[in-house]
Write a protein that binds this ligand. Structure first.
Ligand SMILES: [Zn+2]
Length: 477
């Protein structure tokens, strides 16, 4: 009898393996040199003693394109709380996600492995549950004596897909808030958690939905940034689906309005971050803790219409607006890195292993993630929902895009950060070397994935509560 989970994995793995088979041929062009590992970027002189056993709080805001944050060059005065965190921490300007959509990126963030290694590629019925024998970083923190807790607003980051493994306390807020949890809804759950905590150091994972669509924050955030707009476009999931399917075409003014609604949602998420900070300060944790702001992927607004690629929202392309994420890491008070800006390329999936190392939670002999010369990213396709449809490889300067059925694309991010001028035809040697490098990285992930053979249960795709939430968030039409 064919095991259903194995069949699901087999189909997706075959697509990835096709990419890996491309390794080992073609010209050799120099690839970018590897940068320093993430722990060294955070603590260049090695972790100080005060970091050992420090509380760790990770705040993940879903679908946050960093270029909209004030501290990353976005609208003035939009995100005072996140900007305040950046002033106390290290702000990474080139942090790249492993996937352009939630479930696969979260699986990588929580395990520290690439997309090919964890089998958790889609919330759809052909998808999979996190393999039971793939270690999670929450398990690592728990084994080191941490109290591990999560408050999760998104079904795609939840128990539904096995992401609670290693967390002693896991609040699936999406199951109790209709139509979906608001950013502020984490506050009571956080109050409860902090009141009940014991002497153990805390590892806390907060996955908040905003600014994920719909771009409809509560009052007074909603409608304040573009009150003069008289058009019909609004950031609700039904209309965003119509844009993705090209049933309606927003003009430049409409897109400016959609961006303003997205910014309003970001401002509301920033307000929630302020409330989280207040609570951590009241509990005496803020100054002692490592506090991180990160996202699972970015968000696009049809930046690549002219290149015949859709790109509204996320998950459909691997251009930077969908794969570059904010990453801000505040170390305990007194760290020499406060206010630093770090421009080296980093992979967001290296975050939790790096933090585990810095606080002394890595097991003896654990391999450290190397510095990254390049980061591979996967995207699904909103048009045909193919598994493993598109991949990119991004180094500090170049972006290579591999889409089945399309010619390869190559962009010089230094000269063309908007990725509007495809140079693949002019740089065939570089295209070939980046394709080989991508195939090597994908092959390494596949090899690791082949060792995690446990057949986790299929996700509950037919659960009415999951379907309701997925519809509210624009995943299901
Ligand atoms: Zn997401």
């Amino acid at each position: 009898m064919v095991n259903a989970a194995a069949a699901r994995r087999g189909a997706a793995t075959a697509a990835l393996a096709g990419l890996a088979l491309l390794a080992g041929c073609g010209h050799d062009e120099p690839v970018a040199a590897a940068g320093r590992p993430l722990p060294e970027l955070l603590c260049p002189d090695g972790p100080p003693a005060a970091l050992r056993g420090a509380p760790v709080v990770v705040i993940l805001l879903d679908a946050l394109n960093p270029s909209f944050l004030t501290c990353y060059g976005g609208r003035a005065d939009l995100t005072p709380h996140i900007d305040g965190l950046a002033a106390e921490g290290v702000r990474f300007t080139q942090a790249i996600a492993p996937a352009a959509y939630t479930i696969s990126s979260i699986a990588s963030l929580l395990t520290g492995v690439g997309v090919g290694a964890h089998h958790t590629w889609t919330w759809k019925p052909e998808g999979n549950h996190l393999p039971a024998d793939l270690p999670t970083l929450a398990e690592r923190f728990a084994a080191a004596g941490y109290a591990t807790a999560a408050i999760v607003h998104s079904p795609n980051g939840s128990t539904a897909f096995g992401f609670d493994r290693g967390f002693q306390h896991f609040v699936d807020l999406w199951k109790v808030k209709r139509p979906y949890p608001r950013a502020e809804d984490c506050w009571p759950a956080l109050d409860e958690l902090l009141a009940a905590r014991d002497e153990r150091p805390l590892f806390l994972w907060l996955h908040i939905l905003e600014p994920h669509e719909p771009y409809h924050p509560p009052d007074p955030w909603r409608g304040r940034l573009d009150p003069g707009y008289t058009g019909t476009f609004t950031g609700d999931p039904v209309q965003l689906w119509s844009i993705r399917n090209r049933e309606v075409v927003p003009d430049a003014r409409d897109l400016a309005h959609l961006r303003a609604e997205y910014e309003e949602t970001i401002a509301y998420a920033d307000h929630a971050v302020g409330g989280i900070r207040e609570r951590l300060e009241r509990a005496g944790l803020w100054d002692r803790a490592i506090v991180v702001l990160v996202s699972d992927h970015g968000e696009g607004f049809l930046e690549h219409q002219g290149l015949d690629h859709a790109g509204m929202g996320h998950g459909s392309t691997v251009y930077d607006e969908m794969i570059r994420v904010p990453l801000i890491v505040k170390l305990p008070r007194g760290a020499a890195t406060a206010g630093a800006v770090q421009a080296q390329l980093v992979a967001s999936l290296d975050l939790l292993p790096a933090l585990a190392e810095l606080v002394g939670a890595a097991p003896a002999g654990a391999a450290r993630a190397p510095g990254r010369a390049a980061v591979a990213t996967h995207s699904e396709s909103h048009e045909v929902h193919r598994l493993l449809a598109t991949w990119s490889l991004r180094d500090a300067r170049w972006k290579y895009v591999d889409t089945p059925g399309h010619p390869p694309e190559l962009y010089d991010l230094a000269a063309d950060p908007g990725e509007q001028h495809d140079l693949a035809a002019e740089q065939p040697g570089l295209v070939e070397s980046m394709r080989r490098r991508l195939a090597e990285l994908a092959g390494a992930d596949l090899a690791l994935g082949a060792t995690t053979g446990a057949e986790g249960p299929a996700p509950p795709a037919d659960s009415p509560e999951l379907q309701e939430q997925l519809r509210a968030l624009g995943y299901v039409r």
